[in-house]
Design a protein around this ligand. Sequence first.
Ligand SMILES: [Zn+2]
Length: 137
Amino acid sequence: MFCTYCGKENPNDAKFCNACGKSFSEDSKPNSVQQTAPTKSAAEPTANMAIASLVFGICSIPTAFLAIWFSLLCAITSIVLGKISLDQKRPGKDYAKWGSKLGAIGLGISVAFIIIYFVSIFGALAFISDLIPSLSR
Ligand SMILES: [Zn+2]
């Protein structure tokens, strides 16, 4: 059978998972576990924070092109949630890792856009201030 928490294969008579140590008798359903291959959805009920981190991480990238502040918010949320769920060793480690990674990418893109905006604003200001004396002449 397959562990519902980590997906590792275990002997059918095993009482605990060899990989993560979770008990099979408590809240797992042996019948459905034996018949179906492990899916990531098996970890969903307890991996909400890690999944939220992943969702915010994914959201932070496209929104960097549309709404930088929203993207920054998503990126920071995904990094914080990912860090919390990794620190607390919550389930869904992969979600949390990818959430943090994508959040970092989203953050990087947002910061790059902010820098580009400031550079272009100051560039435009410098250009205008160069123009004004020549216009008044
Ligand atoms: Zn396990």
